[in-house]
Design a protein around this ligand. Sequence first.
Ligand code: C5P
Length: 289
Amino acid sequence: MGETRSAPARRTASIRVRALAKLNLSLRVLGVRPDGYHELRTQFQSIALHDTLTFRSIGGPFCIRCDEAGCPTDAKNLVWQAAQRLWAAVARPGPMPGVSVRIAKRIPVRAGLGGGSSDAAAALRALAMLWRARVSRERMLEIAAEVGADVPFFLHGGSVLGLQRGDVLVPQHDVPAAWIVVVVPPFGVSTADAFQWFDHRRGGGPALANDLEQPVAARHPESARLVQDLRDAATQAGMSGSGSAVFGLFDRRTTAAQAAKRLDGGGRRVFLTRTVARAEYARMTRLAR
Ligand code: C5P
């Protein structure tokens, strides 16, 4: 994303970067692929809710620290996997250098908001700078897709159509700016489970913008109730990705704030946020020394 600098070599103390969440404004499952993944047609949208990551070269081994208990700090974290794949791709001798990664986690996990994937994309960009690795944009997108199907989207941001596994991307015109209420119920959903529930669904639910919404609601009725509540108040509402987060889009901040207040409680987490257009995404996710 244009962060290759020709500045004179100097010691990089640390690099800080925001990792923004996404919504899937729509998600159609078109079939099952020979590789076991599902063929998708999904409308990704960046939102202002974000994690902040700080990368620092250290003498010791690679390590991740996170202020959120549900966030893995070992090789299960996509940041770790991104680092390993990037290091393999640059083909330098020796083991992966020591880096400490601090993740200030604000994006709920297992919510379909892409937090782990966005952190991984941020890590690819920050580590390429930290390691002074020359990696073409095409190669970065390939590495991102190896880390996870959602990760390449976060190297674009804004409004993007995702095809195939969700990793073949067609940037769209920015959607009209909107306020967003994101409601995260007190349960999470694993992406693999949601796709399995879709495969095993019985009968058809109502036609919704997200094909995973009905199979998830069949296991978690609260999900359908929350979407219905948001749908009554918002211009558009649905579940994001494989859930569990649901969202509503609003033209006016005051209407959004009223809905956010009404839905707060019962162990739910509620966020009042907004859409982020592509140019703003580039500004907000710029690498900072
Ligand atoms: O690519 P990622 O590891 O994020 O995907 C997690 C899981 O979600 C996959 O292992 C797969 O079970 C499911 N998935 C799918 N089709 C997609 C994306 C994800 O079946 N297009």
